[in-house]
Design a protein around this ligand. Structure first.
Ligand SMILES: Cc1cc2nc3c(=O)[nH]c(=O)nc-3n(C[C@H](O)[C@H](O)[C@H](O)COP(=O)(O)OP(=O)(O)OC[C@H]3O[C@@H](n4cnc5c(N)ncnc54)[C@H](O)[C@@H]3O)c2cc1C
Length: 414
């Protein structure tokens, strides 16, 4: 039985493992973390294409997997609804999907504490070497190791993430920790707040135990804030003066930085959303674009965020990882044992698709990136973004995702 070594055990790596197993491959996931990753859990927008690929992986996306708030609204500074649009977006949680995918994989096929350091390949196979001194041999290696991929770093050192000029502050609060009246105010809302030059989106998600039952849900906030390089360096520096260039762990964010975001929430956003954010300990993720010129290097393929990172506006990262996984499995199945031909097809289809998604999301975020330029250098839409345009364009992106998938010939994947 042919064997795939999958580096990275987040959603991308797990979906590749399931879909390769479904075509008769032995697939083993190697994750550098020593224990389960479920604590990362925050909200995650879904698309029908993701749901369909999960189904191919044997995971049924039923009502317990997500919440579909019926109204998309824009709230003003006083908390009044100033724009409203019906919408049908289902919001799930990162840990909800992770749990389902991990539980469905036989335990020996997922190895914790395996940090890849080096890949070597020859005509008959590929060898992965890990930081613990062990190595594994397979027919194919898939780098699903995310934005700072070790695999990409070895084969494509010139492809580096580019900071977009803003960060996403994130917060999530259990329904049980919210006064019932406040929860009732927000539970039906996919809500936007648009302070000058910024963008905040909030929505209900499955709760702590991935629960969608009444009383056990949670509310999720993403607040995009322009942050220049100096300010990013400052908020990425811990109380001991250490700078965390690759991302500061949330518990190390300095208390005064957290206090400042809460004070800004009070000043700038709708009071019902600010009241939720103030009850949490928010953390942030810098937003990057990553665009790779290649995805395949002999017996090595990149998938998910390791190859392309689109800004999160269309909530498409996990869906793209799912389509990468499906395309890889289908290409291998179609090529009848010719791995080189299979990987060439995979790259031919997924490379332009990844590029198109990066471009689509860069477009939506261009307004936010522009805010770190001096005001005199900004113009038109960069200075005054119409609220209705933001809301309508954001909701329309769900459909655009389907159009991009179709225009790249990927509808057969799901
Ligand atoms: C603010 C924000 C909001 C988002 N919202 C959404 C959303 O609503 N919807 C959506 O679909 N997507 C969203 N995303 C994107 C989504 O999180 C990712 O695109 C998706 O999880 C696919 O990631 P991945 O599995 O390819 O990589 P990652 O999730 O980054 O996982 C990489 C894995 O590889 C492991 N790893 C790294 N290096 C090594 C190594 N050397 N050896 C072994 N293991 C290694 C890591 O520990 C990690 O587990 C959002 C992202 C951000 C930043």
């Amino acid at each position: 039985m042919p064997r795939a070594l999958i580096v990275g055990g987040s959603l991308g790596g797990l979906m590749v493992a399931h879909l390769l197993r479904s075509i008769g491959w032995d697939a083993t996931v190697f994750e550098r973390n020593t224990e389960e990753l479920a604590s990362r859990g925050v909200g995650l927008g879904t698309h029908p294409q993701l749901v369909a690929v999960l189904k191919r992986a044997g995971i049924t996306f039923d009502g317990s997997m997500g919440i579909t708030p019926p109204r998309g609204v824009c709230l003003d500074r006083q908390g009044r609804v100033i724009l409203e649009q019906p919408m049908t977006r289902t919001l799930s949680g990162w840990s909800r999907l992770y749990r389902a995918l991990l539980d469905a994989l036989p335990a020996p096929s997922y190895r914790f504490g395996k940090r890849l350091t080096r890949v070597e390949q020859d005509a008959s196979g590929v060898t992965a070497t890990f930081a613990d001194g062990t190595s594994e041999r397979g027919d194919l290696l898939v780098g699903a190791d995310g934005l700072r991929s070790t695999v990409r770093g070895q084969f494509l050192p010139e492809a580096q993430p580019v900071y977009a000029g803003y960060v996403a502050w994130r917060a999530v609060l259990d329904e049980a920790d919210l006064p019932p009246a406040l929860w009732r105010d927000v539970v039906d809302l996919y809500a936007f707040c648009l302070p000058d030059g910024e963008q905040l989106i909030s929505y209900p998600v499955p709760g702590r135990d991935n629960d969608t039952a009444v009383g056990r849900r949670a509310y999720n906030i993403i607040w995009y804030r322009p942050t220049d390089a100096a300010a990013l360096a400052d908020i990425s520096t811990d109380a001991q003066g250490r700078h965390h260039a690759a991302g500061i762990p949330p518990p190390l964010i300095r208390p005064e930085v957290v206090a400042r975001i809460k004070a800004d929430a009070e000043r700038l956003i709708a009071p019902q959303i600010a009241a939720i954010l103030k009850r949490t300990t928010p953390f942030f993720q810098p937003i990057y674009d990553l665009d790779s010129p290649r995805m395949v290097f002999g017996r090595v393929a990149l998938a998910g965020d390791a190859a392309f990172v689109a800004r999160p506006h269309a909530g498409a990262g996990t869906t793209k990882a799912a389509l990468d996984a499906a395309c890889l499995a289908d290409s291998i199945a179609e090529a009848g044992g010719d791995l080189a031909r299979a990987l060439a097809r995979y790259e031919r289809l997924q490379l332009p698709f990844g590029k198109a998604l990066v471009a689509l999301n860069r477009d939506e975020g261009a307004y936010l990136s522009a805010q770190i330029k001096p005001k005199a250098e900004r113009h038109g839409a960069e200075l005054h973004r119409d609220q209705g345009a933001v809301l309508h364009a954001h909701i329309a992106r769900s459909e655009q995702m389907g159009e991009i998938v179709a225009s790249h010939g990927l509808t057969g994947l799901y």
